[in-house]
Design a protein around this ligand. Sequence first.
Ligand code: SF4
Length: 470
Amino acid sequence: MEKLHEECGVFGIYNRDPARVDTAKTVYYALYALQHRGQEACGIAVNDNNLITLIKDLGLVHEVFDEETLRGMKGTIAIGHVRYSTTGGNNKRNIQPLGVDYIKGSLVIAHNGNISNAAVLRAELEKQGAVFQCTSDTEVIAFLIARERLRTPSVEEAVARVLPQLEGSFSLLVMSPRKLIAVRDKKGMRPLCLGRIGESQVFASESCALDGVGAEFVRDVEPGEMIVAEPEGMRSLFPEGRRDPASCALCIFEHIYFARPDSVLDGQSVYQARLAAGRLLARTHPVQADLVIGVPDSGLIAALGFARESGIPYGEGLIKNRYIGRTFIQPTQDGRESAVRIKLAPLRRAVEGKRVVMIDDSIVRGTTMRKIVALLRSAGAREVHVRISAPEFLWPCYYGTDIDERSQLASVKYAPQELAKRLNADSLGFLPLQQVESIARDSRLAFCTACFSGEYPWPVPTLADKTAFE
Ligand code: SF4
């Protein structure tokens, strides 16, 4: 399906009660809860007194790990990662966590986000003789930390010296022989939260992973904060000072699409944000209709919000096939029509003869949306009004998602009316850009809206920066 992808999800645990809490299994279940953030590859690294066991491969969490594998992963500190790669496809070397051995021992890193100046940093390092094994920006971070570690008395000081060099988004977990360090970039672009299981610390990309392992939510890691879990306890540091929340840039698309609806990010419930987006759409793009439906799954909650605000009945109109896996054989160009039919089926009984409002979270190229409209019409829908619970995508993202190539974006090519015609929809409406932040009024942080507004929170990298890395 023509869907955008988040690149990653991370989870880490500093286990102070290994007799009661199974370190590797906790990470395994947490990664299950974070699977929506990346379905191409995953990995877990466990640290047992500086003996690192790192297992990672292409595939879903349940494909890579089984009971026996997990049984062999003993230790007290662990980090895990789920990944979706935007380019370079199935390059196994880029799978995380990323482990490096250097003069001070071992370092294992899991990263969610994208370092937008990674190409520049890497080129500088290469000029100094550095050799890289993969094309991941995470390896650049690992190299920088290892280098700084030679000049600093502790790993957290090395990390602190690297932070000012990095631009872009990162929620980072760094595992050293004795410590687990969690860092969130100073604009808070990707979510990261802290939880606890008894006296043990856990860190997760989203709060749904804490719920998944029975951990108690403690708080979000603040933008620019570094939390060090170590044998003596836990410390919070702000190497570059505290950040004014109003100058932060949490990705608004986390609320619209990426995050799981049961997660709460920086005080804002994702579910409530999606409901609010639907309500706002109903106010800004009202329409006379008989039925409101959502494109499953991410359009469903906004559809509910639209229905509640407009008073038009909510119902199911499209059924999603939940068994399309990573190995689904993509049809050739000619067969793509049938690919959509296999993945989504219209509910004829529900839509036949009706004026339907259909809500989805985004239009990227428009090709899938045109097919979905056609599906509804073939099932007898009398009118199809498309409403999108996000503003128009007009700019690429450099912060860990695969919005790319301005020239490919439907909204760059066509104004909404023209696009509606091309989709064969009776009308089309997007969430107004000026009001998009109002869907998340409870958020403690301000938002990045760059892919809609073109206002980037960091200097825009050159094209080479964008394409050099996954
Ligand atoms: S550009 Fe868009 S997708 Fe990328 S971080 Fe900003 S809001 Fe999120």
